[in-house]
Design a binder for this molecule. Structure first.
Ligand code: AKG
Ligand code: FE2
Length: 321
């Protein structure tokens, strides 16, 4: 947290990523003045940088410590075991040993909000059982979903979009909880954990146990995210850019790994399981419609194709008008 405080100068020469407080009851209670101004902050941060930092204390240090120690146990399993978990959805369940980014490994737990799904996942990884893994992952995912939904509610409200549409979006959302591990670079090896990119998700909420996560601000500077159980990076992904008809840019971020400490981080990513269109609120004469109706899982399948690799903007290549 200390490092965050040193970045609060908002002059145009020294931009920082806005830090928005979700820990006070008034800020997260619809109808209060604080709620209305928090909604504005969320909207401006997303429009400016595609993301912001959330101060959010619902996870607590106990769950934070136990979920990260669970992740250590998970990544310590043999690669063959980690690969055992598969999903019908075109979301990587396990990703690692990639020549482009050799330090990186990631495991996705689809529907981690359901205790049953967490149990199934845990059983696949540890047939003998691992109760604390199941418990901590499920409660962590639930707390992150709370933040995800409040952010979406704020966003809809600040644009004056009716509540029914929010409910419909939330009902059509699939969540994936992802754990990331980065080994330290060997002598002569690059310290690049993940190259600059935007996520394919609608919204991503990331937290890290070890520093390394950077966000590109609208002036092009890289902002380094701090480490704390109550600090979460909220980022719009490609799907939010489609939904907002380019009003909200997909947040560019990257990971650098320091030479001494293995890095762990975790994120909750949301995907839309129905065809989604850019909202009419964002389309007018000055802002023509930029995207065709969008099939999120279709996009994920496209994203992994050879054709997509050739294009400089995969989202435009997939559904741009
Ligand atoms: O490790 C992190 O903090 C972020 C990883 C990431 O951006 C990704 O895999 O898309
Ligand atoms: Fe990412």
């Amino acid at each position: 947290m200390e490092s965050q405080q040193t970045h609060t100068n908002n002059s145009s020469h020294n931009l920082s990523l806005p830090l928005i407080d979700f820990t006070t009851e008034e800020n997260v209670t619809p109808g209060t003045d604080s709620w209305v101004s928090a909604c504005e902050e969320v909207r401006h941060a997303l429009e400016d940088h595609g993301g912001f930092l959330a101060l959010y204390d619902k996870v607590g240090s106990e769950v934070y410590e136990s979920v990260y120690s669970s992740m250590e146990q998970l990544f310590d399993l043999p690669v063959e075991t980690k690969k055992r978990n598969t999903t019908q959805k075109p979301i990587f369940s396990y990703s690692g040993q990639l020549s482009r980014i050799p330090l990186y490994e990631s495991v996705g737990i689809v529907h981690a909000l359901s205790v049953d799904e967490c149990r199934n996942f845990t059983h696949v990884m540890w047939p003998q059982g691992n109760h604390s893994f199941c418990e901590s992952v499920n409660s962590y995912a639930k707390q992150l979903q709370g933040l995800d939904q409040v952010v979406k509610r704020m966003l809809f409200e600040s644009y004056g979009i009716e509540n029914k549409k929010l409910e419909c979006l939330l009902d059509s959302t699939d969540y994936v909880l992802r754990g990331y591990k980065y080994r330290t670079p060997k002598a002569g090896e690059s310290n690049l954990g993940v190259a600059p990119h935007s996520d394919t998700a609608f919204l991503t909420i990331l937290n890290q146990k070890v520093e390394g996560l950077g966000v590109k601000l609208k002036n092009g500077d890289w902002f380094e995210v701090g480490v704390s159980p109550s600090l979460y990076l909220v980022m719009g992904g490609d799907a939010l850019m489609v939904w907002s008809n380019n009003r909200i840019p997909a947040c560019e971020h990257r990971v650098l790994v320091n030479s001494k400490t293995e890095r762990y981080s975790m994120g909750l990513l949301s995907y839309i399981n129905k065809i989604m269109e850019a909202q009419e609120e964002f389309v007018d004469d000055q802002n023509p419609l930029h995207y065709k109706p969008f099939d999120h899982y279709g996009y994920l399948r496209f994203f992994l194709s050879d054709e997509a690799l050739k294009s400089d903007s995969r989202i435009k290549a997939y559904c741009g008008i």
